[in-house]
Design a protein around this ligand. Sequence first.
Ligand code: ARG
Length: 445
Amino acid sequence: MRIASVLVSGLMFVMGTAVWGQTAVPAPPATVYVKAGHLFDATSDKLRDNVVLVVEGERITRVAAAGEVSIPAGAKVVDLSKAWVLPGLIDCHTHLQARADRYDPINEVRLSAFNGGFNGVVNANKTLQAGFTTVRDVGSSPFFAVDLRKAIDAGEFPGPRVVASGPGISITGGHGDMNGFAPNVQNMLYPAEKDYGIADGPDEVRKVVRAQIKYGVDVIKILATGGVLSAGDKPGAEQFTYEELKVAADEAHRAGRKIAAHAHGTEGIKDAVRAGIDSIEHGSLIDAEGIELMKQHGTYLVADIYNDDYILGKAGDFGLPKEMIEKERGVGKLQRENFAKAVAAGVKIAFGTDAGVYPHGDNAKQFHYMVKFGMTPAGAIRAATSSAADLIDRASSVGTLEAGKFADVIAVTANPLESVEVLEHVSFVMKGGKIYKDELGVAQP
Ligand code: ARG
């Protein structure tokens, strides 16, 4: 207590001296006028032509028809008047620590943990360059994603805004445990996972959720059922019980955090929804009752329906064990069909790809499948903008292009409502008013 108050008064003193002698009013932030030929602001499914976004510092302060904005001579202009302009995209399911060309389990023994950090720096940049200005990273070593968020926010290297989870919370031997190693090897390789990621029974679940919150996570990820890319378990099998899921959801919500459940299996999906979990990740084997429950509870479906192509295509070349390729054959096609049913029924959809399973930067390849399996292009884009922002609890700052939001802006050179695949080639990326990609040469020096 005493130490704290000494620190506080010391801090006030430093702040006081810092301000002393300087201009009392900070200089107004530089204003940038972004001319948008065609704007999809994600507040509706429609495009508006010839709009100007006024950006001051890192925020948008005004969005208005070009005719209503007088741009002062010599002002900074970003001329996207021939382009289609959209909010920065949001991927609600990434693993920035992971890379999709290292599936052989021997890597876990051969490579030190530092590699995950290197991957994160490289993958964060690839993701931002692909037009994804925000991600929810749902599952990594403790507490990689929290540190990544802090480093990017501090401007240490480029990357998207990160909504960080801890390790996915798993039962012993479940989808998030490192199965297949001798016990002594596992204890050596993953000492922290035991304390922050593995829980059995409601009391342990509560403790792990609280520990993760203590170490700074924004969101809780729990592994409700088995998975594909894990040894010795089945995607369809329930892992946590309803009681355990309920404790996790209540504890997360009590701390003001959202909670996402990895769930492929039919019963696990339903128990997660009934427990009040905010999003079902994967949702592969959902049935009609599960769809109905998701609608009733307003639960989001985050279905990684591009993944199947990569897992059945390239992943085997990079050492993905046969057991896992076989598991993928059991869920991939059903997941797409069930996604279509959920879309048709009106389940809320947020965009999430499981990037890291396939190469980072290819996130937008999933739009094609979302449209193929029942969404309109506008609906798929809103899943990756306004709806995603709602799911991750960031709707007041990202997800649409409106006054007050961060100036997270991307542009493409064709109409994404005619061909959503154009989002695989984003030409311009601004995040928080700063330009990170400018293939059109529109930024003034
Ligand atoms: N991380 C997920 C798991 O291992 C990936 C599932 C990929 N397959 C799919 N069809 N979405 O379970």
